[in-house]
Design a protein around this ligand. Structure first.
Ligand SMILES: [Zn+2]
Length: 222
Protein backbone atom coordinates (compact mmCIF):
# COMPACT_ATOMS: atom_id res chain seq x y z
CA UNK A 1 0.00 0.00 0.00
CA UNK A 2 1.24 3.31 -1.03
CA UNK A 3 -1.28 5.86 0.19
CA UNK A 4 -4.78 5.11 -1.16
CA UNK A 5 -5.21 8.77 -2.10
CA UNK A 6 -2.06 8.63 -4.25
CA UNK A 7 -3.39 5.54 -6.00
CA UNK A 8 -6.72 7.28 -6.66
CA UNK A 9 -5.05 10.45 -7.98
CA UNK A 10 -2.79 8.43 -10.27
CA UNK A 11 -5.93 6.66 -11.54
CA UNK A 12 -7.45 10.06 -12.26
CA UNK A 13 -4.26 11.24 -13.97
CA UNK A 14 -4.33 8.55 -16.66
CA UNK A 15 -7.73 9.60 -17.98
CA UNK A 16 -6.06 11.79 -20.57
CA UNK A 17 -4.41 8.73 -22.07
CA UNK A 18 -7.27 6.23 -22.33
CA UNK A 19 -10.16 6.18 -24.82
CA UNK A 20 -13.37 7.83 -23.67
CA UNK A 21 -15.63 4.92 -22.83
CA UNK A 22 -18.32 5.07 -20.20
CA UNK A 23 -17.24 3.55 -16.83
CA UNK A 24 -13.65 2.93 -18.02
CA UNK A 25 -12.05 5.67 -15.90
CA UNK A 26 -14.43 4.85 -13.06
CA UNK A 27 -13.07 1.29 -13.21
CA UNK A 28 -9.46 2.52 -13.26
CA UNK A 29 -9.93 4.67 -10.15
CA UNK A 30 -11.87 1.95 -8.28
CA UNK A 31 -9.28 -0.66 -9.29
CA UNK A 32 -6.53 1.67 -8.06
CA UNK A 33 -8.10 1.87 -4.60
CA UNK A 34 -9.43 -1.70 -4.35
CA UNK A 35 -6.26 -3.77 -3.59
CA UNK A 36 -5.71 -2.14 -0.19
CA UNK A 37 -9.20 -3.11 0.95
CA UNK A 38 -7.39 -6.36 1.83
CA UNK A 39 -6.68 -4.53 5.10
CA UNK A 40 -10.21 -5.65 6.09
CA UNK A 41 -8.88 -9.23 6.05
CA UNK A 42 -5.99 -8.11 8.25
CA UNK A 43 -8.42 -6.39 10.64
CA UNK A 44 -10.70 -9.42 10.87
CA UNK A 45 -7.75 -11.75 11.45
CA UNK A 46 -6.40 -9.40 14.12
CA UNK A 47 -9.77 -9.29 15.92
CA UNK A 48 -10.03 -13.09 15.72
CA UNK A 49 -6.45 -13.33 17.01
CA UNK A 50 -5.42 -15.22 13.86
CA UNK A 51 -2.17 -14.98 11.94
CA UNK A 52 -2.20 -11.88 9.71
CA UNK A 53 0.78 -13.04 7.66
CA UNK A 54 0.14 -13.20 3.92
CA UNK A 55 -3.11 -11.23 4.01
CA UNK A 56 -1.83 -7.86 2.84
CA UNK A 57 -0.40 -7.25 -0.67
CA UNK A 58 -1.25 -10.79 -1.72
CA UNK A 59 -4.66 -11.94 -2.95
CA UNK A 60 -5.81 -8.48 -4.11
CA UNK A 61 -2.39 -7.54 -5.54
CA UNK A 62 -2.02 -10.38 -8.06
CA UNK A 63 -1.97 -10.73 -11.83
CA UNK A 64 -4.59 -13.45 -11.38
CA UNK A 65 -6.90 -11.06 -9.51
CA UNK A 66 -6.72 -8.77 -12.55
CA UNK A 67 -7.68 -11.62 -14.89
CA UNK A 68 -10.49 -12.74 -12.55
CA UNK A 69 -11.89 -9.20 -12.31
CA UNK A 70 -11.89 -8.69 -16.08
CA UNK A 71 -13.61 -12.07 -16.62
CA UNK A 72 -16.24 -11.55 -13.89
CA UNK A 73 -17.19 -8.09 -15.19
CA UNK A 74 -17.27 -9.43 -18.76
CA UNK A 75 -19.75 -12.13 -17.69
CA UNK A 76 -21.88 -9.52 -15.90
CA UNK A 77 -21.83 -7.44 -19.11
CA UNK A 78 -23.15 -10.43 -21.09
CA UNK A 79 -25.85 -11.23 -18.54
CA UNK A 80 -27.00 -7.62 -18.29
CA UNK A 81 -26.44 -6.98 -22.02
CA UNK A 82 -24.65 -3.77 -21.05
CA UNK A 83 -21.14 -3.25 -22.47
CA UNK A 84 -20.36 -0.62 -19.83
CA UNK A 85 -19.64 -3.50 -17.42
CA UNK A 86 -16.89 -4.75 -19.77
CA UNK A 87 -15.34 -1.26 -19.74
CA UNK A 88 -15.67 -1.18 -15.95
CA UNK A 89 -13.89 -4.56 -15.71
CA UNK A 90 -11.09 -3.55 -18.09
CA UNK A 91 -10.61 -0.34 -16.13
CA UNK A 92 -10.73 -2.21 -12.83
CA UNK A 93 -8.05 -4.65 -14.01
CA UNK A 94 -5.90 -1.80 -15.33
CA UNK A 95 -6.33 0.06 -12.03
CA UNK A 96 -5.18 -2.98 -10.03
CA UNK A 97 -2.19 -3.32 -12.38
CA UNK A 98 -1.26 0.33 -11.82
CA UNK A 99 -1.69 -0.11 -8.07
CA UNK A 100 0.71 -3.09 -8.09
CA UNK A 101 3.26 -1.18 -10.19
CA UNK A 102 3.11 1.82 -7.86
CA UNK A 103 3.39 -0.36 -4.74
CA UNK A 104 6.49 -2.00 -6.22
CA UNK A 105 8.06 1.31 -7.18
CA UNK A 106 7.40 3.57 -4.20
CA UNK A 107 6.80 1.21 -1.29
CA UNK A 108 9.42 -0.30 0.94
CA UNK A 109 7.95 -3.75 0.79
CA UNK A 110 7.24 -6.65 -1.51
CA UNK A 111 4.08 -7.58 -3.40
CA UNK A 112 2.89 -11.15 -4.07
CA UNK A 113 2.40 -10.33 -7.75
CA UNK A 114 1.76 -13.96 -8.73
CA UNK A 115 -0.34 -14.95 -5.72
CA UNK A 116 -1.27 -17.78 -5.04
CA UNK A 117 1.90 -19.03 -6.71
CA UNK A 118 4.09 -17.65 -3.95
CA UNK A 119 7.23 -15.64 -4.68
CA UNK A 120 7.12 -12.02 -3.56
CA UNK A 121 8.59 -9.34 -5.75
CA UNK A 122 10.45 -6.72 -3.74
CA UNK A 123 12.45 -3.98 -5.44
CA UNK A 124 13.39 -2.63 -1.99
CA UNK A 125 15.07 -5.76 -0.66
CA UNK A 126 17.26 -4.83 2.28
CA UNK A 127 16.25 -1.15 2.28
CA UNK A 128 14.47 0.11 5.36
CA UNK A 129 13.17 3.69 5.66
CA UNK A 130 14.06 5.58 8.86
CA UNK A 131 11.58 4.96 11.67
CA UNK A 132 10.25 8.53 11.84
CA UNK A 133 9.40 8.32 8.14
CA UNK A 134 7.77 4.89 8.41
CA UNK A 135 5.56 6.24 11.20
CA UNK A 136 4.61 9.32 9.21
CA UNK A 137 3.33 7.18 6.33
CA UNK A 138 0.23 6.16 8.34
CA UNK A 139 -1.29 9.62 8.93
CA UNK A 140 -0.24 10.63 5.40
CA UNK A 141 -3.01 8.27 4.22
CA UNK A 142 -5.50 10.85 5.47
CA UNK A 143 -3.63 13.73 3.82
CA UNK A 144 -3.71 12.12 0.39
CA UNK A 145 -7.36 11.10 0.72
CA UNK A 146 -8.20 14.70 1.63
CA UNK A 147 -6.30 15.84 -1.49
CA UNK A 148 -8.25 13.34 -3.60
CA UNK A 149 -11.54 14.65 -2.18
CA UNK A 150 -10.44 18.24 -2.85
CA UNK A 151 -9.71 17.29 -6.45
CA UNK A 152 -13.19 15.74 -6.75
CA UNK A 153 -14.77 18.92 -5.37
CA UNK A 154 -12.84 21.11 -7.79
CA UNK A 155 -13.71 18.90 -10.78
CA UNK A 156 -17.37 18.75 -9.75
CA UNK A 157 -17.57 22.54 -9.61
CA UNK A 158 -15.80 22.89 -12.96
CA UNK A 159 -18.11 20.46 -14.74
CA UNK A 160 -21.29 21.17 -12.79
CA UNK A 161 -21.55 17.45 -11.88
CA UNK A 162 -22.65 15.90 -8.56
CA UNK A 163 -23.17 19.39 -7.15
CA UNK A 164 -25.79 18.04 -4.73
CA UNK A 165 -23.12 15.86 -3.10
CA UNK A 166 -20.56 18.62 -2.51
CA UNK A 167 -21.77 19.28 1.06
CA UNK A 168 -21.24 15.64 2.06
CA UNK A 169 -17.89 15.61 0.28
CA UNK A 170 -16.80 18.67 2.27
CA UNK A 171 -17.66 16.87 5.52
CA UNK A 172 -15.52 13.89 4.50
CA UNK A 173 -12.65 16.21 3.53
CA UNK A 174 -12.83 17.79 7.00
CA UNK A 175 -12.98 14.31 8.60
CA UNK A 176 -9.74 13.37 6.82
CA UNK A 177 -8.07 16.64 7.85
CA UNK A 178 -9.06 16.06 11.49
CA UNK A 179 -7.83 12.46 11.39
CA UNK A 180 -4.53 13.70 9.92
CA UNK A 181 -4.07 16.22 12.73
CA UNK A 182 -5.02 13.66 15.40
CA UNK A 183 -3.03 10.69 14.11
CA UNK A 184 0.21 12.50 13.26
CA UNK A 185 1.22 13.06 16.92
CA UNK A 186 -0.38 9.77 18.02
CA UNK A 187 1.86 7.87 15.56
CA UNK A 188 4.86 9.05 17.58
CA UNK A 189 3.58 9.12 21.16
CA UNK A 190 1.21 6.13 21.37
CA UNK A 191 2.79 2.74 21.68
CA UNK A 192 0.02 0.39 22.78
CA UNK A 193 -3.26 0.35 20.85
CA UNK A 194 -2.17 2.77 18.12
CA UNK A 195 -2.35 0.17 15.34
CA UNK A 196 -5.95 -0.72 16.23
CA UNK A 197 -7.05 2.90 16.53
CA UNK A 198 -5.38 3.91 13.30
CA UNK A 199 -6.73 0.77 11.60
CA UNK A 200 -10.30 1.83 12.33
CA UNK A 201 -9.69 5.35 11.00
CA UNK A 202 -7.95 3.98 7.94
CA UNK A 203 -10.65 1.43 7.03
CA UNK A 204 -13.41 4.02 7.43
CA UNK A 205 -11.43 6.43 5.23
CA UNK A 206 -10.55 4.03 2.40
CA UNK A 207 -14.12 2.67 2.33
CA UNK A 208 -15.45 6.23 2.14
CA UNK A 209 -13.08 6.92 -0.78
CA UNK A 210 -14.34 3.84 -2.63
CA UNK A 211 -18.03 4.68 -2.09
CA UNK A 212 -17.56 8.40 -2.84
CA UNK A 213 -15.81 7.50 -6.13
CA UNK A 214 -18.87 5.47 -7.20
CA UNK A 215 -21.25 8.18 -5.97
CA UNK A 216 -19.33 10.87 -7.92
CA UNK A 217 -18.78 8.80 -11.08
CA UNK A 218 -20.11 11.59 -13.34
CA UNK A 219 -17.36 13.84 -11.98
CA UNK A 220 -14.69 11.15 -12.20
CA UNK A 221 -15.62 10.62 -15.85
CA UNK A 222 -16.33 14.24 -16.81
ZN1 LIG B 1 -1.29 -1.88 -2.11
Amino acid sequence: MAQAGIHALVGIAVRKFVPKREWLILGIVLGSIFPDLDNYAVAIATLAKLNTQGLHRTFTHSIFTIIAAVVVFFIIAQVRKDSRWTSLGLGFGLGIGMHIALDLLIWFNGVAVFWPLGSWVNLWEGIKPPEWFAKLLDPLEMLFLALYFLWLAKAAREHGTNTGFLGTLRIWTIVEAVLLVVFTPLAYIMTKGYATLFGVGYLVSITAAFVITIRMRQTVEA
